[in-house]
Each structure stands twice: as C-alpha cells, then as structure tokens.
Design a protein around this ligand. Structure first.
Ligand SMILES: [Fe+2]
Ligand SMILES: [Fe+2]
Length: 313
C-alpha cells in the first residue's frame, strides 16, 4: 500500500505552476495506490483548481483531495461553507478526485480520514499579549491602525496597546476572503466532531489509520524560528482540538498536514506527524509505503530562487 501525499500546490499563483507541474510528473512516475492533496491546491477561482487536479489525470490510483483555507476563499456573492460542502466536491469529482473530508476511505486495511482543519487561536503566541478581538478580526494592531474599516476595533483597544503591539502590521487574508456562517471556534468544533466520527467509523473497519489535515493539529508543528513580524500568524496555523481528537484514536499511525509552508517531522504520542512543508516555489512529495513499513520523503526539483518559509494568509 503506497500513499503519495503533497500539499500547498497553489496552482493559481504563477511561481507555483512550474514546480507543481514537476511534482505532478514525479507523482505519476512514482505511482501508488492513493494520492492525497492536502489543501491549498488553488485559490478562489475554480479554473486553476481544476487545472491542478487535471495534472494528475494519468495517476492510476485513487485520487483524494483535502481543501485548504485558500480553497475556501470565495467571491462576494458566495459562501465558504457552500464551497466546502458542495462546490469543491462537485468540481473535484469531475476531475477524478473525491474530497476526503466528506468521504473517508478504507483501502487494503488502511483507513484514510481528512479534514481542512481550521484555527481557533489556541496556537497563538500568548507572549504577544494581543487582545483576542484582533485575532477574531484577523488583523494585527498595526494593520488595524492604518485600515479605515477597523477604526472601531482600534479605538476600542487603543488604551491597552503598546508600541510593540503596533509593530505587528500583518493581516490574515482569510478575514477578507472567507465567509462562514459561524465563528472560527464554532467551525473548529463542527470539524472536530466530524473528524471524531470518521475516525471511529474507519477504525472499526481497518487495521491502521492515516489522517490528513490541512491546518496544524499540534502546537509542536508551529514554526518557532520565524521572523517576529510573522508571530501574529501563529494564531491561524491550526487548533489543539484536532490533535486531541486524533490522539484519541488508537489505530492512528500517521498524520500529515501542510499550511505553514514549513517542513517538520515529529513523533507525538507514538504517532508519526509530518508537515509536508511545500512553499510557493518548492513542492514536496511524501511517499508513505506501508508494505515496506517505511516513510520516505521525495523532493520534486524546483530550481528557482531561495525557498520561501512563510505562509501568507
Ligand atoms: Fe498554503
Ligand atoms: Fe493554508
């Protein structure tokens, strides 16, 4: 049983195209029983997503998709939940992919579960001491100070903000492009319950379980050597809640994620946890070969500029 896994292909972004095409050729050459794209395959426009999925048309195994936050970016007249539940699965289906979040798989005794995951600010850098409403608005104090639409937020907290708070000038662009009918915490709750149900379901029908989440389920995966200007973004890396749900499954052996654009390999609670770590210019393909009992990483060559090491909203 060989599973190929990659993430953050961002095929809608010009500098990601060539490395994504190289990675797709590598995946087809390598071959396997399943291929899973773990989020951020493209962005708001559906055309580049379809074009990305089509690159894998000659992959002969089962093809599975996990959406990322960028996949939930939507047009002003759209809703991200509708994209998640209806629009993305329909487009994926037409290109030969199934959305793993909605259809867990059992193949040769291996259960595969997936989730976009999400964030509830539980992984934020508490040492920054930024008031929670800024995280909820997805805008740092320095950005709120210069953006008219956040005048009320800034004014409400002006008296508590320090000079250091104002040095953080980033915003998380999900705040502009994602529209959900509930809060981030409620979305995490909904997804965590769904993941728990799916883990119970596939556990009963398989010998081992592999989970694939776009966002980070463990704090130990949050990049700790990032530049300080990126510290605000830690809040949007993921949620502890998913890690708790995953570790409650005693058949879980591997977890894969993406999103941070920062590679990591950890062993957490006896589970092997891998962050694929693709960036906009360097894509990674992970090969999980369960017959041989090993897990190896293959890098698709992308000889461009220096690797980027930071996600952008
Ligand atoms: Fe990404
Ligand atoms: Fe992402």
């Amino acid at each position: 049983m060989r599973i190929l896994i990659t993430a953050d292909l961002h095929y809608d972004i010009a500098r990601s195209r060539e490395p994504t095409e190289a990675l797709a050729r590598r995946a087809i050459e390598t071959g396997g029983d399943c291929l899973v794209l773990v989020g951020d395959s493209a962005g708001r426009a559906i055309g580049p997503l379809r074009a990305c999925l089509r690159l894998f048309a000659d992959f002969s195994g089962r093809k599975l998709l996990v959406p990322g936050n960028h996949c939930l970016w939507c047009n002003p007249d759209e809703d991200s939940l509708d994209r998640y539940e209806r629009i993305l699965p329909a487009a994926a289906w037409e290109e030969g992919f199934a959305v793993l979040d909605h259809e867990p798989v059992v193949c040769d005794g291996v259960g595969l579960v997936g989730s976009v995951g999400w964030y509830d600010y539980s992984l934020r850098d508490h040492s920054l001491d930024i008031p929670l409403p800024f995280y909820e608005a997805k805008v740092s104090p320095g950005a709120a100070a210069r953006l008219d639409e956040h005048d009320d937020l800034f004014d409400a907290h002006r008296h508590t903000l320090t000079d250091r708070h104002l040095t953080f000038g980033a915003r998380w662009m999900d705040g502009v492009h994602v529209r959900l009918p509930f809060t981030d915490e409620q979305f995490v709750d909904l997804l965590a319950h769904k993941l728990a149900r799916q883990l119970a379901d596939v556990s009963a029908r398989s010998d081992r379980v592999v989970a694939l989440l776009h966002h980070l389920p463990f704090e130990r995966l949050v990049p700790d050597s990032r530049p300080e200007r990126l510290a605000f973004a830690a809040a949007y890396m993921g949620a502890r809640r998913f890690g708790e749900v995953l570790l409650a499954c005693d058949k879980l052996t591997h977890v894969y994620c993406g999103h941070s654009h920062w590679p990591a390999r950890r062993r957490i609670g006896g589970v092997k946890v891998v962050n694929i770590g693709s960036t906009y210019t360097h894509k990674h393909l992970e090969v999980l070969d369960l017959v041989a009992g090993r897990c190896e990483s293959v890098r698709a060559s992308t000889a461009r500029s220096q690797p980027e090491t930071a996600p952008r909203g």
